[in-house]
Each structure stands twice: as structure tokens, then as C-alpha cells.
Write a protein that binds this ligand. Structure first.
Ligand SMILES: Cc1cc2nc3c(=O)[nH]c(=O)nc-3n(C[C@H](O)[C@H](O)[C@H](O)COP(=O)(O)OP(=O)(O)OC[C@H]3O[C@@H](n4cnc5c(N)ncnc54)[C@H](O)[C@@H]3O)c2cc1C
Length: 493
């Protein structure tokens, strides 16, 4: 398995649970690329209805139900407000779209859509006065990076080997086996043999085909960058917005880490010449200005580039279906199977969503079934993610707060969201907050750092500050330096 994004870890987890022997290599950290840079929604994708992508929306809405049941700590229902304004699609069209959205996935645990009065007490004071009419619907929010890490944790529990900071540099067929070269952090090469190779390299998918496997890629890939900005809270409420911009695209504003609002996304087609150290580029000034302009067209509180406290960009490797604008290319996944008779198969993954990665993994397993006759049946639909052993997250979080009265409530709730039922193992024998060891800032204590290094493959400060937590929003330069020093001593000790 090449790639430790959401698709790679899901395939690894599914395969390991079916009794296959799995090795996953990730050149950087888990979720270091697109899978920590998504809009963090487990959603059907309301806007894909406009493009008549009913299969994708139906599957995604069904998955929303399945995934939520299995990860109550990471996946939370969220209300979205869709204001109707002069530049928006007509109200009748939005109403029709939401009616379909409510029904397309079958039975749903989420409240149905409804018309809302934006002047009512619930929404008053947030948007500009001209926005009086709107709709409300529900989708789910996910901590995307933690979702990836916890899938990897479960894959490892089921026997998969997870190697981070390990790059696949070459892969050659030797009849019914692949001979694969892996390069670790120490620069040393190691050769492994496997019966099937899955290329889940995300934006690098075609680069892996060309430069690692040595194939010419016949299929057309469009690399589309999407960026988000994080600004101080634009409004003090738990709901998100889906804003229609004058160019017809949509932009989300989502409450983020208690004190912030996340705004995104852009859609920029990129021409990439892959080099050995290529990494997705960060947001540019035009994208920031675009997102601020959309926000400023709706909200009372105005924002500008100077307010941005953090930004992140991800690149989608989309299967070019000939659609003109980047927003219109299908977000559905495409699984390409190269499996000549008598030779080891190669499966390459294009596009997809965080929401559909479990289904994608099932589809990959179906393609490999004929080659692994001892493969067990599908099992992931009802499999809890580590830490997800609960029926109701708010109840679980209240219980945790009640059980540890000597600890800071805000910290306990954050830990509950990150680790679910595994929170108790992190608190372990600590009796009070200071027993958790050094405080690096932002609620990040040594006990959690130790846990993430021991259980979640964290190796560098950014693995913890920006992926396994978002404490990077609060940790200052001194805290960061202490963390780097602490992690380096832990690694060598
Ligand atoms: C802006 C944006 C917003 C999105 N919002 C949503 C959303 O709200 N909901 C949703 O469901 N989906 C969303 N998506 C889609 C979703 O994020 C992607 O489909 C998903 O993250 C892709 O995962 P992946 O595993 O294919 O790729 P990645 O996460 O990019 O993982 C590929 C990994 O492969 C590794 N790799 C590459 N080459 C090698 C090599 N030679 N050896 C070892 N490792 C290698 C990379 O380091 C990388 O970590 C969004 C996407 C974008 C860009």
C-alpha cells in the first residue's frame, strides 16, 4: 500500500481485517497531504446534485449514517444555514435540491431541511440585513486527520504494518509478485515483496505510476487545489453556513476549535511538474482575497487577509471527465486496476472523498478477491473506530467531565473529542492536571504527546500541533521549541 491518506489507511484497515498481510508506507506523516486539508465534512455534497451526480451523493449520504455510528467522538452532526440573496440560486431551486438531499440517502438520523427566518433570535446579528430568508439542513463534521490516524491504529491492531516517513521509490513486477523498494528516514533502502500493490498516493498518483512503477499514464488527471483560511470567530454560534458566491461556487464557514471560523474552499487547476520533493503549494493571495470577499458579502463582521491565523491547502487528483471548470469535474472516485493474467495486480486510486473512503476500500477488496482466495468477507460497516465505543458523544463527554473533577473541563472536552473512550488511557494515573506533565500551551500536555508518539506514529511537532491536534493555533514559539526538544529527547531515549 503506497500512501497514508484516508484512502490508503482505509484499504489497509479493510484488507488487514480480512486476514491479508498488509504493509502501508507513507513518505511523510499520516494525513500529511489532502486528507488533513479537506473541508472536514462527512457529507453527501449538496452542490453535486446540481451536476446530477446522484450516485455519488446517494452513496455519500448513506456513508454519513454508517460512519457516524462508528465514530461518535470524531464525527458530529452540524447544522448548515444556506442564505438566499440576490446572487444566489432561486429559493424554489434550493428547496427542491434540499428535498432531494433529504431523501436520496434513505433513512437518516439527521434532522430534515427547513426554511429559516434569518432575522429570528437564533440567527440574528450574524449576516447582513439583506439576508432574511434561508434554509437549514444537516451534515456531519469530522476531524479528518484524526480520522485517518485512528483508521491506521485499527489497521495496525489487525496486523497491518504502518511505516511513516518511508517512501516507495521503485516497484517492479516479478511475475506474480511485486518487488518494492522502500526508503526510510535514514536514507537506507529496503526491499519487500507483495502479491498486490495499491497506489493510494493522492496527488502523486500519476507520479508514482510514472516514476515508481515506470508506466506511462494514459489517463488524464486534473490536479485541483482547494484552500481554506482560519480567522477569529466571525459569529458566536454552533452552526455553519454554505454561501453562494457570485461566480456560482459555494464557500463554507464552519465553527473551528471554539474560537475560530474556518472558511473555504477555492478551486484552482494546477499544472505540476513533479520533482522528488514536490509538496502541495500553500494558499496564494488571490485565493485568500476571494474567500474574504465572499465572507464580506454576507457577514456583518468583516474579515481580511490580516486576520488569517492559519491556512491549509489540499490537492485533489481528479479523473478528468471533460468538464470545463474545476468545480464541475466529478469528485467520485475511480479505481483503475492493472491486473494482467498471471501477474501481480496494481490498483490505482483517483479522486474520491473522505466520506466515501470506506466504500472505496470495499470496492478495492472486490477487485482483489480473485487473487486472494482466503480473503474474508466485508466487515467494516459496523466496525467502531478506536475510541468510538459510545452511543452518544455529549453524554460521554459529560461523564468524563464528571469522573475527573480535578481536571480542567475545557481540556477534558477537547481530549474527549480527540480520543473518545481512549481518553482515560491518556489520563491514566494522573490525579490532577499538573500530573499530566509539561504543558506546551493550548491544552497540550506531555502525557498526550507521549501517547501520540507511542500509539499514533507522531514523530515531529507538526504531526501533533496541526494534525493529531490543532493546538498549533495556541502554542507559541517557545512552546513549540519545547515540544521539538521534548520529542527529540523522547525519540532518542
Ligand atoms: C480542498 C478540499 C476539500 C475537501 N473537502 C472534503 C470534504 O469536506 N469531505 C470529503 O468527504 N472529502 C473532501 N475532500 C476530498 C478528500 O480530502 C480527498 O478525497 C482525500 O483526502 C484523498 O485522500 P487520499 O488518501 O487519496 O490522498 P492523500 O490524503 O493526499 O494521501 C496520499 C498520501 O500518499 C503519500 N505518498 C505519495 N507518494 C508516495 C510514495 N512514493 N511513497 C509513500 N507515500 C507516498 C503522500 O505523502 C500522501 O500522504 C476535499 C478535498 C480537497 C482538496
Amino acid at each position: 500500500m503506497i500512501g497514508g491518506g484516508v484512502n490508503g489507511v482505509w484499504v489497509a484497515r479493510d484488507a488487514a481485517g480480512r486476514g491479508l498481510s498488509v504493509l502501508l508506507c507513507e513518505q511523510d506523516d499520516l494525513a500529511s497531504a489532502t486528507s488533513s486539508a479537506s473541508s472536514k465534512l462527512i457529507h453527501g455534497g449538496l452542490r453535486y446534485l446540481e451536476q446530477r451526480q446522484f450516485r455519488l451523493v446517494r452513496e455519500s449520504l448513506r456513508e454519513r449514517e454508517v460512519l457516524r455510528e462508528n465514530a461518535h467522538h470524531l464525527i458530529h452532526p452540524m447544522q448548515f444555514v444556506l442564505p438566499v440573496g440576490a446572487d444566489s440560486r432561486p429559493a424554489w431551486m434550493l428547496k427542491l435540491g434540499l428535498w432531494i438531499y433529504d431523501r436520496l440517502g434513505g433513512t437518516s438520523s439527521m434532522p430534515r431541511s427547513a426554511a429559516v427566518d434569518l432575522g429570528s433570535a437564533e440567527f440574528d446579528g450574524i449576516l447582513q440585513n439583506e439576508f432574511v430568508e434561508g434554509f437549514s439542513y444537516y451534515d456531519c463534521w469530522v476531524d479528518d486527520a484524526r480520522y485517518v490516524v485512528l483508521n491506521a491504529v485499527d489497521a495496525a491492531r489487525r496486523g497491518a504494518k504502518i511505516r511513516t516517513r518511508t517512501k516507495c521509490t521503485a516497484a517492479r513486477r516479478e511475475s506474480n509478485r511485486w518487488r518494492v523498494t522502500l526508503r526510510g528516514m535514514d536514507g537506507k533502502d529496503e526491499e519487500v515483496r507483495c502479491r498486490a500493490l495499491v497506489n493510494a498516493a493522492g496527488p502523486w498518483v500519476s507520479s508514482v505510476l510514472e516514476n515508481v512503477v515506470g508506466q506511462n499514464t494514459a489517463n488524464a488527471i486534473r490536479l485541483v487545489r482547494g484552500s481554506h483560511i482560519v480567522v477569529p470567530q466571525l459569529y458566536d454560534a454552533a452552526h455553519a453556513h454554505i454561501l453562494q458566491s457570485p461566480d456560482g461556487r459555494v464557500v463554507f464557514t464552519i465553527p473551528f476549535e471554539d474560537r475560530f471560523t474556518m472558511v473555504g474552499t477555492t478551486d484552482v487547476t494546477m499544472d505540476v511538474a513533479f520533482t522528488a520533493d514536490w509538496r502541495p503549494p500553500s494558499i496564494d493571495a488571490d485565493e485568500t482575497a476571494y474567500l474574504c470577499d465572499v465572507v464580506n458579502g454576507y457577514f456583518r463582521k468583516q474579515t481580511s487577509a490580516a486576520d488569517v491565523v492559519w491556512s491549509f491547502s489540499g490537492v485533489r487528483p481528479l479523473y478528468d471527465d471533460g468538464a470545463g471548470s474545476p468545480s464541475r469535474i466529478t469528485r467520485d472516485y475511480v479505481i483503475e486496476s492493472d491486473a494482467p493474467k498471471g501477474e501481480a495486480p496494481l490498483i490505482s486510486l483517483f479522486g474520491g472523498k473522505v466520506t466515501t473512503a470506506r466504500k472505496l476500500a470495499e470496492a478495492v477488496m472486490s477487485k482483489l478477491r480473485g487473487r486472494f482466495l482466503n480473503m474474508r468477507d466485508p466487515w467494516t460497516k459496523e466496525a467502531l473506530l478506536p475510541g468510538g465505543e459510545m452511543d452518544d458523544f455529549p453524554y460521554f463527554a459529560d461523564e468524563l467531565v464528571g469522573d475527573y473533577p480535578a481536571f480542567d473541563e475545557v481540556w477534558l472536552r477537547a481530549i474527549a473529542r480527540r480520543h473518545g473512550t481512549r481518553s482515560r488511557a491518556i489520563i491514566d494515573t494522573a490525579r490532577k492536571q499538573t500530573d499530566l506533565g509539561w504543558n506546551f500551551g493550548g491544552g497540550l500536555y506531555a502525557a498526550e504527546v507521549d501517547w501520540m508518539m507511542a500509539e499514533e506514529w507522531a514523530m515531529e511537532p507538526d504531526d501533533i500541533l496541526w494534525r493529531r491536534t490543532k493546538c498549533g493555533l495556541a502554542v507559541d514559539a517557545q512552546g513549540r521549541a519545547s515540544l521539538a526538544d521534548y520529542m527529540s529527547r523522547s525519540r532518542s531515549g
